[in-house]
Design a protein around this ligand. Structure first.
Ligand code: PLP
Length: 385
């Protein structure tokens, strides 16, 4: 026995599940460069086109000159600098909450929040399609983990009713990362309120994108005041890096005392926080970015459906094309690549068995003509000539 790494890798390769990072030779934007070729990029999470925005870059550069590159320590030692403080205040204000707390990334924010809030004897209820970091966080917390059917408020209510746990935490993605649909939060809140449970929403894909000011899924669904724990990431629509949890004074103080992924890690570079202050302000004010996204989403959906492709119930920039078979999804992704369009195939275990898909994502950095190039490539990929 021992560590037969080769056998395990071979097995993964044989199942069409092997993955490898491809080197991009250009910034994240509408166009990137792979293997010396320019390709139209339809797979980044830079929904608002801010990752490569001139004003955000300038803020990052200026702050690096002023604050240096590394923060030097964790927040509680001496790594909490003025840009971090200002960003936490801006994020609290933006999300309509008393306070917000920065984490190095979304994975760490989720691990920190769940482990600080629940432990052995408690119960965590998760949508079965929740992001891997939430599922891992539930395991790490030691609480009893239950998963309910995707977007099924009735199934959740049933599980809550049967649970004897003293503390019940319901956790869901706001916008599902591989599906693009939104969680039915009002239904969940009714169940939580009836059974004395708390709701936490991971809004990695809603923040910046949904609501007239980009305040995310909770504002779009008009439930912000009823959700005690909000988590957002900075590496997607806001175009930088990092994440935060926002909520009451007591919630944030609890995280500062008990979230080990906050306490035992180096603070983000202050320049990242300074750049995010600018991207947050632009995300809020520049409504044209969301308006343009809506136009592109509509154009893509109408075109792809017209070609006979199966789309999912999504009104967000995440517009997956359902394929099913892993090999077919890879083949379609390769056929698009040959036509200069990059869309990654998403296979299990990232999505359930038999539900491989092409995860098309749109960005305000795209033009309508880019969507047409994608649609033409999809048409050609369908009928090889
Ligand atoms: C991307 C993502 C995360 C992780 O955020 P990072 O900052 O990339 O670590 C967490 N939850 C969801 C739903 C995500 O899509």
């Amino acid at each position: 026995m021992g560590f037969d790494l080769k056998a395990r890798l071979d097995q993964r390769r044989a199942r069409q599940r092997y993955r490898r990072p491809q080197m991009m030779d250009a910034p994240s934007g509408r166009v990137t460069r792979v293997d010396g070729r320019e390709v139209l990029n339809f797979c980044s999470n830079d929904y608002l086109g801010l990752a490569n925005d001139a004003e955000v870059i300038a803020a990052f550069r200026d702050a690096a000159l002023r604050w240096g590159v590394g923060s030097g320590a964790s927040h509680l030692v001496c790594g909490h600098q003025r840009p971090h403080q200002e960003l936490e205040e801006a994020l609290a204000e933006h999300t309509g909450r008393q306070r917000a707390l920065l984490f190095s990334n979304g994975y760490m924010a989720n691990l920190g929040a769940l482990t600080a809030l629940v432990g052995p004897g408690d119960a965590v209820f998760q949508d079965r399609l929740n992001h891997a970091s939430l599922l891992d966080a539930g395991q790490l917390s030691g609480a009893r983990s239950r998963r309910f059917a995707h977007n099924d408020a009735e199934a959740l209510a049933g599980q809550l009713a049967r649970s004897p746990a003293p503390r019940k935490l319901v956790v869901t993605d706001g916008v599902f990362s591989m599906d693009g649909d939104q969680a039915p939060l009002a239904g969940y809140l009714a169940a939580c309120e009836a059974h004395d449970a708390w709701l936490m929403v991971d809004d990695a894909h809603g923040l910046g994108v949904l609501d007239g000011q980009g305040r995310g899924t909770l504002f779009a669904q008009d439930v912000n005041d009823r959700v005690p724990v909000y988590m957002g990431t900075l590496g997607k629509a806001l175009g930088t890096a990092g994440a935060f949890v926002a909520g009451s004074e007591d919630l944030i103080e609890t995280l500062i005392q008990f979230a080990r992924t906050y306490v035992y890690t180096t603070a983000l570079p202050a320049a990242v926080a300074a750049a995010t202050l600018v991207s947050l302000d632009k995300a809020r004010r520049e409504q044209w970015r969301r308006d343009k996204l809506a136009t592109l989403i509509d154009r893509f959906r109408r075109g792809a459906a017209g070609l006979g492709y199966e789309l999912m119930a999504s009104d967000t920039p995440i517009q997956p094309i359902r394929v099913g078979d892993d090999g077919d999804a890879l083949a379609l992704s390769r056929a698009l690549a040959e036509r200069g369009v990059r869309v990654t195939a998403i296979r299990p275990p990232t999505v359930p068995e038999g539900q491989a898909r092409l995860r098309v994502t749109l960005s305000a950095a795209h033009e309508e003509a880019d969507v047409d190039v994608l649609l033409n490539a999809l048409e050609a990929a369908k009928c090889p000539s």
